[in-house]
Design a protein around this ligand. Structure first.
Ligand code: NAD
Length: 513
């Protein structure tokens, strides 16, 4: 592969960083791969456009990795396993990971600008969730790995001398990290943090829609003293591109993936060659169950966030809402009012509470479900189309927050993940019916239960088939707890010590005394 002549110090020419305004006519920013501690151009010379979902303008030109580029990244990651990184003590690794967390926070504004340029999400959201959690993912897992105990047993032997039998945690090797676009830095570091904490090296393939923060993180890694080759990034698409080249690469020891269920199926097939381990966080069609004895103010506030935050592009978001009949009309009216109060607009404008969808292509998909809902007999409570936006934002991927009632339970709109700012509300008459409706899905990622009855809360939470059930809350979780989905929503759990199960190889050592 050829090394870049564009930039030796960063993923873009200095004059066109995402945190600096580029003058009209300036060359577009170029996003390079990060391999072996340096930014490099793709050997194949292919680049693709990264466009703003806010107005359709060109954000950057992204280098698309060839198979040779991916080979180079995996080779750098393999070499780093036996270099200084492989010889570091846990404490030395932990110290560096804390420096990575500090480095992200030190460059908070640059990460914020980059994330917003790629996703268009409101500044208020990215500054409270995406960037702080991106940093926390390194600090939290550094502490987890430092404090986790391992097994130790004393064993009796026939000669009376005994034996010591203990387990030792070692890295799994080179981990491929494939991440989506909805929370780019947060979800990518959610995997890179624990992988590095356990002593692995990584090759990251961020979403083609959101390459910038993964690229920017390379600079932070270098500053934090993470040795070259420990963190690598290759850009590109999925099939017949960087994603497929990476997940089929024999030099990759395990694959961790967040994205659509169908993509997970393709990656699982790739992982079968060489029997590589996988950890999958996949799609969802998450229910909220709202009982008549709930605190309605809290239920409305929480459901507004769970249905419309990040323009509905949250895997844990609520797309199916079941409301006990006595409060059904009040709930629908109040959720409608809340949805209509959301303000779409420029990410940095004060008052903006709703960003665009990630792309025109994704908007077409979401709008196809809007049309399907009407065709399937839905009552449109609010939304259903594209909002009128000012001329300077008309090129963006805007869509109205949308609520329906009256759909049959077998409508595709109620069964398939839409991943947009929309939800269907249906009444129920008994706890039994509510649980059955909530569980009537191939997915099992998340659910929310709203009730002031503690016994009912425990009962229903226990009966809903999902990896996480919130009671009177949403998106609230200690990062040390297990996270993941059941059924079509994933394989395995990550978070706290559960991440260590995936990112380490346990070795059983038995010492005869
Ligand atoms: P996606 O599956 O289309 O893409 C995710 C990543 O996989 C991208 O980097 C893409 O380039 C790559 N990819 C696509 N095809 C591939 C292939 N054949 N081989 C290797 N890599 C491939 O998902 P998306 O549209 O980016 O993200 C939205 C989806 O992610 C939704 O389904 C959402 O529910 C899910 N998601 C799940 C969680 C979770 O924690 N369970 C979190 C966030 C998003």
């Amino acid at each position: 592969m050829t090394t870049s002549t564009l930039s030796r110090t960063g993923p873009w020419p200095d004059a066109a960083r995402p945190d600096s305004a580029s003058a009209d006519g300036a060359a577009p920013k170029e996003i390079l791969h990060f391999i072996g501690g340096a930014y490099v151009a793709g050997g194949g010379g292919r680049r693709f456009e990264n466009r703003s979902p806010v107005d359709g303008s060109l954000v950057s030109l992204v280098h698309e990795a060839s198979r040779a580029d991916v080979d180079a990244a995996v080779a750098a990651a393999r070499a780093a396993l036996s270099g200084p990184w492989g010889r570091m003590t846990v404490q030395e690794r932990v110290d560096r990971l804390h420096k990575v967390a500090e480095g992200i926070l030190r460059r908070f504004d640059a990460f914020l600008a980059a994330e917003i340029a790629d996703t268009g999400k409101p500044q208020s959201l990215a500054s409270h969730i995406d960037i702080p959690r991106g940093a926390a993912n390194f600090a939290v897992f550094a502490d987890v790995v430092k404090n986790v105990p391992t097994e130790f047993f004393e064993l009796a032997t026939p000669d009376g001398a005994g034996a010591l039998n203990y387990a030792r945690r070692g890295p799994k090797g080179v981990i491929a990290v494939i991440s989506p676009w909805n929370l780019p830095l947060l979800l990518m570091t959610w995997k890179v943090g624990p992988a590095l904490a356990c002593g692995n090296t990584v090759v990251v393939k961020p979403s083609e829609e959101t390459p910038t923060t993964a690229a920017l993180l390379g600079e932070v890694m270098n500053e934090a003293g993470i040795p070259p080759g420990v963190y690598n990034v290759v850009h590109g698409f999925g099939p017949d591109s960087a994603g497929e080249f990476l997940t089929t690469h024999p030099g990759v020891d395990a694959i961790t993936f967040t994205g659509e269920t169908r993509t997970g199926e393709a990656i699982m097939k790739a992982a079968a060659t060489g029997v590589r381990a996988v950890s999958f966080e996949l799609g969802g069609k998450n229910p909220a169950v709202v009982f008549a004895d709930c605190d309605l103010d809290k239920a409305i506030e929480g459901t507004l966030r769970s249905a419309f935050a990040n323009c509905g592009q949250v895997c844990l978001g609520t797309e199916r809402i079941y409301v006990e009949r006595p409060i059904f009309d009040a709930f629908v009216a109040r959720l409608k009012a809340g949805a209509e109060a959301l303000v779409p607009g420029h990410p940095f404008a004060s008052g903006t509470s709703l960003g665009p969808l990630i792309s025109r292509e994704h908007r077409d998909k979401v709008l196809s479900y809007y049309a399907r809902a009407i065709a399937d007999g839905a009552t449109l409570v609010t939304g259903g189309g594209v909002p009128d936006m000012p001329a300077e934002l008309a090129g963006g991927s805007w869509v109205q927050p949308t609520i329906w009632t009256g759909l049959p339970d077998d409508s595709a709109v109620v069964r398939e993940e839409i991943f947009g700012p929309c939800c269907h509300i249906r009444p129920f008459d008994s706890e039994e019916e509510a649980v059955a409706l909530a569980n009537d899905t191939p997915y099992g990622l998340a659910a929310a239960v709203w009730t002031e009855n503690l016994g009912r809360a425990h009962r229903v939470a226990g009966r809903i088939g999902a990896g996480i059930v919130w009671v009177n809350s949403w998106f609230l979780r200690d990062l040390r707890t297990a996270f993941g989905g059941s059924k079509h929503s994933g394989i395995g759990r990550e978070g706290g010590v559960h991440s260590l199960e995936f990112y380490t190889e346990l070795k059983n050592i038995c010492v005869k005394l």
